[in-house]
Design a protein around this ligand. Structure first.
Ligand code: HEM
Length: 343
């Protein structure tokens, strides 16, 4: 069976459900309109914040209140997300059973209540903070991982010989009788190297997250005054010709040594670096490995016959998303995951 697919909502739903399970103790059905609506809002919110005139709010905060265009849309997105998250926090608060915490929200509420009971005056554990933490984890953990998976599928459709090698490795190590698990990760270096090479080329969070110099600092002869906003350019690090041979080429073997073992390259920093490195790095790597290896075990992804090669430039929000593309998905064996699941 094969099918042409241009709608990959199944992937963002699955990725977001990992965060929902951890934070909210629940998964949402893929058809749930409220869930779908909130994912769209988050994605749109990020795009407006980075890639519209609303970015100027960072410099002129009063622009936030303008009653038109991106400014008004941003306020609406923010309001709708707030209503959704506050409703969930409220229902957790009402049904909290300290003997049976269900998720991170329950654990947080229990700590908050414990600190209140102890008379803690300056506690940072408040429902307002919880709201921001949940929002941060949703925003940081959904689009990043979803877009990484989409880029992998797109690159593998453009490079079918590499896709064949990934599938051959999965077939050799895992077989097709069971889905890949995390214990297989160390035995699938080519699959891992392929994911890393896509992460290198696409740098899904290309400008990382802005930081601010807490002190005046001299770095390589440049004085950086206290308060300067710094935006690390991870994209340029990943394409630096002084570090990477032929940096624009898609070549997973650059992450493998002569014996086919995985190489750690210090200039490979898709999750940032240092004290504020991505908090979800380990989770994201697990999700990427399980999703990509599971999908490639079950299906083959090709460009539809006669379709022009999709652009590899991407759409820039906080994350770099691939431009819309279509793939022809075919099942690799009768009883495997059906391409119909993507509809
Ligand atoms: C492929 C997926 C992901 C990529 C490429 C990615 C990348 C990044 C990058 C570049 C940063 C900025 C690091 C810095 O400031 O130096 C960051 C921060 C962060 N990420 Fe991720 N991320 C991913 C997935 C996730 C997931 C799944 C979660 C949550 C469960 C998450 C949570 C966070 C948080 C909370 C921060 C802020 C950390 C801080 O400021 O201390 N990320 N991420």
């Amino acid at each position: 069976m094969q099918k042409i697919i241009s709608n990959f909502l199944l992937i963002s739903n699955a990725v977001s459900n990992v965060i929902c399970s951890l934070i909210l103790g629940q998964r949402f059905h893929h058809d749930d309109p409220e869930f779908r609506g909130i994912l769209d809002l988050m994605s749109r919110g990020l795009e407006i914040c980075i890639n519209s005139p609303a970015v100027l709010i960072n410099i002129f905060p009063l622009l936030y209140y303008l009653p038109f265009g991106a400014f008004r849309e941003l306020r609406r997105v923010e309001r709708d997300i707030t209503v959704f998250l506050k409703k969930i926090i409220g229902s957790h608060s009402n049904t909290l059973d300290p003997n049976n915490p269900r998720d991170l929200t329950d654990m947080y509420l229990m700590e908050m209540l414990a600190q209140q009971a102890a008379g803690e005056q300056d506690s940072s554990f408040t429902e307002d903070y919880l709201f921001y933490i949940i929002g941060d984890l949703f925003i940081a953990g959904t689009d990043t991982t979803t877009n990484s998976v989409l880029w992998v599928l797109l690159y593998l459709a453009l490079y079918p010989d590499i896709q064949d090698q990934v599938q051959a490795e999965i077939d050799r190590v895992v077989d097709r009788r069971r889905p890949p698990s995390l214990t297989d990760r160390g035995s699938l270096p080519f699959t891992e190297a392929t994911i890393m090479e896509v992460q290198r080329l696409t740098a899904v969070v290309p400008l990382s997250i802005p930081h601010m110099a807490s002190e005046t600092t001299v770095f390589r002869g440049f004085t950086i005054p206290k308060g300067t906003v710094i935006m690390p350019n991870l994209y340029s690090v990943h394409r630096d010709p002084s570090v990477w041979d032929d940096p624009d080429a898609f070549n997973p073997t650059r992450f493998l040594d002569g014996e086919g073992k995985l190489l750690r390259r210090e200039s490979f920093i898709p999750f940032g670096i240092g004290r504020r490195v991505c908090m979800g790095e380990q989770l994201a790597k697990m999700e990427l490995f399980l999703t990509v290896s599971g999908l490639l075990q079950a299906c083959t992804f090709r460009l539809p016959d006669g379709a022009p090669a999709p652009s590899l430039h991407g759409r820039f929000g906080l994350t770099l998303a691939p431009c819309p593309f279509a793939l022809c998905v075919s099942a690799r064996c009768e009883d495997s995951f059906s391409p119909n699941a993507f509809s």
